[in-house]
Design a protein around this ligand. Sequence first.
Ligand code: FAS
Ligand code: PHB
Length: 390
Amino acid sequence: MRTQILIVGSGPSGLLLGQLLGTIGVETVILERSSREHVLGRVRAGVLEQGTVELLEEADAAARLHAEGLPHSGISLAFDQRLHRIDLEALTGGKHVTVYGQTEVTHDLMDKRDAAGLTTIYEAANVTLNDFDGEAPFATYDKDGVTHRIDCDFIAGCDGYHGVSRKSVPERALKTFERHYPFGWLGVLAEVPPADHELVYANHERGFALCSMRSTHRSRYYVQCPEGDRVEAWSDDRFWDELRRRLPEQTAAGVVTGPSFEKSIAPLRSFVAEPLRFGRLFLVGDAAHIVPPTGAKGLNLAASDVRYLFTGLRDYYREKSHAGIDAYSGKALARVWKAVRFSWWMTTMLHRFPDTGDFGQRIQEAELDYLVHSRAASTALAENYVGLPY
Ligand code: FAS
Ligand code: PHB
């Protein structure tokens, strides 16, 4: 088989890139190691920047997002037993975020890809990437007991942190940067109305908590939990009790409890690989970088990577110009590092670390108090949260 762009991974990065390239007639094949159902079974991000929404509109995959997504003009920070609203819209000249689950984004993009008759090969095992440092890259994969080969012009490694793409690059050609956080997030989905009409990020001496949502009848909650903690140690009752203890009383009173239908623990890390291009292989999204979800940046960074790579490939095929693909890594990394910094800052300010102690707790509360009472500081948070310009 031959295609123009071979995309590894059918997550948001791969699907969005494939859909955008499809709108300009560039042929793609996606190789995905899991089943479609498994990909759709993952519960991850929940907040879309305006830039991500605009990209989904450009990919003609935003109809359900506009019908069901929830535009949010603010978030709240909870500390010292009080809620403090950050008016994102007023502080950024009218920008907002949209609450719409990554699972739904993935579903919409898969449906568009199927409707366009574009090829995704699910359950493609043992993907290998070859000769991407030359002029004729190709991939092989196993399916139904047969090893297949796909020749292509370029490979887009959209296969996440644990994928094969970054691991296919010779170690000497890659520099990685990492920060490990000594805790995780225990996340719960429940068919109950949200505690507040907007997201609430809570700093508490017992640990961080986040009140989010997927709709007006489906809530997504998180509590910081010890590293290595196990989901089995968290009954629903224990979760609801701990969540409410970390919220201001008035907010806790608004928490409607109910049976969880999804419960998982995600580790937190900051990670960046440089550069993002190796000959005819490009790294995109989580294959290239990971952020702690505190700043709601992971999925949105995948979208901006896709934007830069898509425009580069469009110029290559339309005008035979290499400028866009040559600039991809530098442009993407410039935005990635700003989001890595913001996500690190939000995580450091809101979470309880082993060495936080009483002094550290007071410093965090002083920073939060300054933040919510200084227009300059609130504006800095707001413009990062809604998404810096591409
Ligand atoms: P993805 O990891 O989503 O997709 C990669 C795809 O490649 C997967 O389908 C995988 O099966 C496939 N793949 C992997 N190896 C392969 C191989 N060898 N061959 C073929 N296919 C292969 N972001 C937020 O903004 N907010 C959040 O709350 C949030 N929570 C998260 C919770 C968890 C547990 C995780 C892991 C991430 C979370 N993220 C969150 C970040 C997340 O949303 C990512 O940023 C987003 O999924 C990135 O999309 P992709 O780059 O497409 O990578
Ligand atoms: C979510 O709804 O899953 C979510 C929202 C905001 C975050 C992280 C996760 O910062």
